[in-house]
Design a protein around this ligand. Structure first.
Ligand code: C5P
Length: 225
């Protein structure tokens, strides 16, 4: 196949998911939300009665090795299943959101998820027009060979506003505090921290509409194909 890979990293609320999905739809590519995979494992850990935020890493690692995680990569209907159970709604709960940074910092968890992500990417390269993959370590660890690499950012205010709209809360200050907490944790962890590298193009989207951002990424992808 001649499918290309578009890798998008960035902090919480930077618009990664909407941008990645919109680009995949526009170019008829597949779409992979790697954050949903870490959220799915966090849901499993909580579902098994372990407090993700305080549990020892060994207990999290043991649990995280168990379930089959299945990702549907159609950008119009992305799905996530844990041992066959559709968890698309449940993984957006405040409990999962609070625990996911701690779970995703466990090395065994990352090892397993990165292997699965690379399998999905290889299959999309072979069998389709390629894939748009978004997360925190896609440009650096999961797919450094990607044809297009983007680091998406926006001001803290813009990110808090966007995320508040998404989760339908009017408490922008609390949303902002939660984003800052997760960003600090995700950027300072030992294992594959969120980092901006020289070879990823920085896209600062604070003053841009979603359609403008998507159009720009589509143009970059067209040029790289
Ligand atoms: O993108 P989203 O906010 O849903 O990601 C949830 C969490 O999953 C992030 O805060 C981060 O801790 C973790 N994550 C990660 N590596 C990725 C994607 C997400 O560690 N590639």
């Amino acid at each position: 196949g001649d499918g290309i890979v578009i890798a998008i990293d960035g902090p919480s609320g930077s618009g990664k998911s909407s941008t990645a999905r919109g680009t995949a739809r526009a170019r008829e590519m597949r779409y992979l939300d790697t954050g949903a995979m870490y959220r799915a494992l966090t849901w499993w850990v909580l579902h098994n009665g372990v407090d993700a935020t305080t549990a020892d890493a060994a207990a999290v690692a043991r649990l995280a090795a168990q379930p089959v995680i299945t990702m549907g990569t159609d950008p119009t209907d992305p799905t996530v299943r844990v041992d066959g159970t559709d968890v698309a709604e449940d993984i957006r709960s405040p409990e999962v959101t609070s625990g996911v940074s701690a779970v995703s910092a466990v090395p065994e968890v990352r090892e397993r998820m990165v292997a699965l992500q690379r399998d999905i990417i290889a299959e999309a390269r072979r069998d389709s027009g390629g894939i748009v993959v978004e997360g925190r370590d896609i440009t650096t660890v999961v797919a450094p060979e990607a044809e297009v690499k983007i680091y998406l950012t926006a001001s803290a205010e813009a990110r808090a506003e966007r995320r508040s709209r998404e989760v339908r809360t009017s408490d922008i200050a609390a949303t902002r505090a939660d984003l800052m907490r997760r960003d600090l944790f995700d950027s300072s962890r030992a294992e594959s921290p969120l980092t901006q590298t020289e070879d990823a193009l920085e896209l600062e989207t604070t003053g841009m509409s979603l359609d403008e951002v998507i159009a720009l990424v589509v143009k970059l992808a067209d040029e790289a194909s």
